[in-house]
Design a protein around this ligand. Sequence first.
Ligand code: 6GU
Length: 455
Amino acid sequence: MSGQTFEVFTLFPEAVAGFLRGGLVGKAVARELVSVHCTDYREFATDRYRTVDDAPYGGSPGMVMKIEPVVAALEHVTRERGPMHRILLTPAGPRFDQRVAERLATVPRIGLLCGRYEGIDDRVREHFVDECLSIGDFVLNGGEVAALAIIEAVARLREGVLGNPESAARDSFSLQDMSSETCPEDHGAWLEHPHFTRPPDFRGLGVPDVLLAGAHAEVARWRREQAWRRTWALRPDLRPQRSLPAGAPVYLVAQFGQGEKDMSERSALLAALAAAASAGGAELRVVAPGRASDLGDVPRAAQFRSLKDLARELRRRHGAAPRLVALGPADGLPLARGAAPLLDLLAASGTGDLSAPLVLVLACAGTGDLARPVTNAPGAASAPSSTGLRGLEAAFSPVILQASKLAAGLAETTPMNDSSGPQPVEAAARLVADALAELKTCRSTRPSELRHEQQ
Ligand code: 6GU
């Protein structure tokens, strides 16, 4: 890859050039990986006073940069050093971000036009540039700081500019695979995990043990989880939009224990879940050991005596091991809101195959709430053996065990929490309905994933 050139157009060429002499960009310039030219608009002003601004037509406070010196500067540089991709820096442009930096890193010659005053005569934007960019929702006195930010962000992505090319790939906002190579279409931007270095103790402030122990796989898992937590807590807007493949079957399972259960409560719950399932494109199944008579309108074919029986049936029907996810405020594991954390969990748990049947299990052994958890988290052993998850590894994909472990670890992350304790049936049904509806939208709006559809 040969060098990349930035042509900066500005009224303050010295300030811009001065900054770029320092740091990694300065080194990259010295090594001819990157070159930067600064061109002063003022040199292209033609009157005696070298005027580059004028009062706005229509009247308003402030001055506007004149079109002639700007276009003269552009044309001069184009003649001297060749054409370039022209970018106008303006707070009214689309937002510059890491995706844009990655795109610009592939462009050999980039022109950055800095405005001052109230901006540049708009005919420049309309007829003389290829795109506009802003670096954020705030107003600077001119585009110079924005140009510097863009040069630094773009240049560091060029081969050889950073000492260690891997660090660019691991930065916050870069495309990272949270599912560790198992789910290639599932890239997204995540905030980077935190870093620590010596000393291991500073005024009593320690470093996470897992990093000191240095077991590679454990460190990698911890970092993924940290990136996941941080992104959810600080910038949930950044996380990738995951989706289930269009044809992926989803089952909603109401699981009743052997304990006494108010009949009207039970049928109200079943009705609510049936509505949630059908609205969300899922099929309802019921697991209830030996109480078929209580299950009202639920067809026999949808009733199972145990999760194991259900798993066997689903494997027969779909030819793939179903993945089981327990939903419920279990052992400090709160209800996840919406489909997003669920999908993250599945992806992060290491399954590449999001098209396997997904089984969402609601535990409803109590009366009127979901206090009775179904979970693989420690403590799950207390669930009745016929309906709990023990011994189910053979029937369900082992992925689930990992997913649940991860869920337990991630449960504190604010945005996915509902810490209000056991949910009344209606609230739980509503949460499930929301999650299913979201899953359904994901599935129907992502045609690129149709190839995963089951045959
Ligand atoms: Cl590109 N220019 C100016 N003047 N202000 C900004 C900006 C650019 N991006 C954010 N604020």
